[in-house]
Design a protein around this ligand. Sequence first.
Ligand SMILES: [Zn+2]
Length: 113
Amino acid sequence: MTNAICVRCGEVKWGAFTRCRSCGWQPDSELDVAYSLALSDHYLSEEEMEKYAKSVKSGSSLHMSQEDETYFLQIVRNQRAVELIKRARGVKRKANRSDESDQDSSRGDSDPD
Ligand SMILES: [Zn+2]
């Protein structure tokens, strides 16, 4: 599991993409998630985590370089892609199981997303 710092309040929370228990904030834009990910123990040492937590708590806004932003946004997009692929696979497996009623077998073309 991942420890991450809440971008809003600076408390440590479980997981970069989860809701913060302390302030209730959840990253939802890609950039929010990118910052949350950058502030996780995947990428920071314990010391750095503490340093950033303190600076968020003291009210300073966080800024990544353009390069870092692009890097973490790329990771977020890749993760999303992985999630979508997983979901698509799950749907397929379910569809294959219910072969007793194949009346919906031609619906594979319409992608709800
Ligand atoms: Zn928070």
